[in-house]
Design a protein around this ligand. Structure first.
Ligand code: TRP
Length: 334
C-alpha cells in the first residue's frame, strides 16, 4: 500500500508504433484504474534491448511513448510515469530473482519460444531471462495488481511463483500480485486479417491503425478494412471482419454491439466503415493534439521524467534494501 491505496504496475515497450489496439486494449483501461490505485506506468526500455535496436530510434520512441501516456490522460502528478532504465533497482532485483528461478521454468515460457523462433540469429540470454526482469518490475513496487493481456499471463504466473518462493524462504517480503484482465475484453484484430491481432509489428501497415495516424489515413484504412460478402452488419463469428469493426466502434462510443447492430440495420458496408472511421478519429484526434502540444514543452516533459524517476527510485530502493538484507548482503555504511 502507498498512500492507503493498492499498488498497480504496468509497462509497455517503445518498440514499433502503438496501435489503436494498444490504446483500446490497455491504455484506456490504465486511465480508469488510475483513480483507484497508486499506479506505476513504466516505459520498459530494459526489455526492449532483448531484440536489437537502433539506439537513436529507441531513445526517440521511448520519449514518444512516455509523452503518449500523458497525452492519453494519465496525470503524471498522480501516476508514476517513468523510464525503467532510470531506476537501477529493476536490474538489481532481476539479478537476485534470477538466482531463484529455474531454467526449466524459463524454458517453458511460450513467448520465449516464439521470440527465439522469430529472432533465430539473436537468441540472447536476456531474451531467456526476460520474464525474471518482468517479475522484478512488478515485485519491486510491491504491486497488488497488474493489468496485462492474456499473452503475458504466463509471465505473471511466474512472478507469483517467485514471490511465493522467496517469501517461503525469507518471510513476508513480497506482495503476491494479481492479474487484472480488462473488462472490455474485446481484442482488436487486424483490419486486413481479422484472424490476427492488430499488432504494432505487423508488416502490413493497412492492418493497423496507429495512434498517430492522421484522420485521412485512419479513414482510408477503415474503408479498406476486409469484410465479407454477406451484406449485413451483424455481431457474429461468421463475420470476423464486421465483428472487429463493431468492436472498434463500440469501444470508441461506449455502445453495445446490439445497439450498434440496430443503428446500422439495413445500411451498407461503406456507410458503416465511414462511421467507424469517424469514431476512431474522434477518439484519437484529441490525444494527437495533446501529444503535439506536449512535444513543444520540453521543460515540462523533462520535469516529469526527473520527478517521477526520483519517486520510482524511492519506492524501489525500499524493496531492494529489504531484499538485499534478507539474502545476506552486508549493510551499507553511512
Ligand atoms: N512484457 C510486457 C509486454 O511485452 C511489458 C512489461 C514489462 C510489463 N514489464 C511489465 C507488463 C510488468 C506488465 C508488468 O507487453
Amino acid at each position: 500500500m502507498i498512500n492507503d491505496k493498492k499498488v498497480l504496475f504496468s509497462g509497455m515497450q517503445a518498440t514499433g508504433n502503438l496501435t489503436l489496439g494498444n490504446y483500446l486494449g490497455a491504455l484506456k483501461n490504465w486511465l480508469t484504474l488510475s483513480n483507484e490505485y497508486e499506479c506505476f506506468y513504466s516505459v520498459v526500455d530494459l526489455h526492449s534491448i532483448t531484440v536489437r535496436q537502433d539506439p537513436a530510434v529507441l531513445r526517440k520512441r521511448a520519449r514518444a511513448l512516455l509523452t503518449l501516456y500523458i497525452a492519453a490522460g494519465l496525470d503524471p502528478e498522480k501516476n508514476c510515469i517513468y523510464y525503467q532504465s532510470h531506476v537501477s533497482g529493476h536490474a538489481e532485483l532481476s539479478w537476485i530473482l534470477s538466482c531463484f528461478t529455474y531454467m526449466g521454468e524459463l524454458n517453458r515460457m511460450t513467448q520465449f519460444k516464439d521470440k527465439a523462433a522469430k529472432h533465430a540469429d539473436n537468441i540472447n540470454a536476456g531474451l531467456f531471462t526476460y520474464p525474471v526482469l518482468m517479475a522484478s518490475d512488478i515485485l519491486l513496487f510491491q504491486s497488488d495488481v497488474v493489468p496485462v493481456g492474456i499473452d503475458q499471463m504466463q509471465h505473471l504466473e511466474l512472478t507469483r511463483n517467485l514471490a511465493q518462493r522467496f517469501n517461503a524462504i525469507y518471510g513476508d517480503v513480497f506482495t503476491v500480485p494479481e492479474a487484472y484482465i480488462g473488462k472490455t475484453g474485446a481484442k482488436i484484430m487486424s483490419l486486413q486479417d481479422p484472424a490476427k491481432k492488430m499488432s504494432k509489428s505487423d508488416e502490413n501497415v493497412n492492418g493497423s491503425i496507429y495512434l498517430m495516424d492522421d484522420p485521412d489515413t485512419i479513414m482510408r484504412k477503415c474503408k479498406r478494412a476486409v469484410t465479407d460478402s454477406m451484406a449485413q452488419i451483424r455481431y457474429s463469428d461468421e463475420q470476423p471482419g464486421v465483428k472487429n469493426l463493431l468492436n472498434i466502434y463500440c469501444t470508441c462510443t461506449g455502445k453495445t454491439p446490439e445497439e450498434a447492430e440496430r443503428e446500422f440495420d439495413g445500411k451498407g458496408y461503406g456507410d458503416f466503415k465511414m462511421a467507424v472511421g469517424e469514431e476512431v478519429i474522434a477518439v484519437l484526434k484529441p490525444i494527437q493534439d495533446r501529444v503535439k502540444e506536449l512535444e513543444k514543452d520540453k521543460a515540462y516533459i523533462d520535469g516529469v521524467i526527473k520527478n517521477n524517476a526520483e519517486k520510482a527510485n524511492y519506492y524501489a530502493s525500499k524493496t531492494l534494501r529489504k531484499v538485499q538484507r534478507k539474502v545476506g548482503f552486508p549493510d551499507r555504511i553511512r
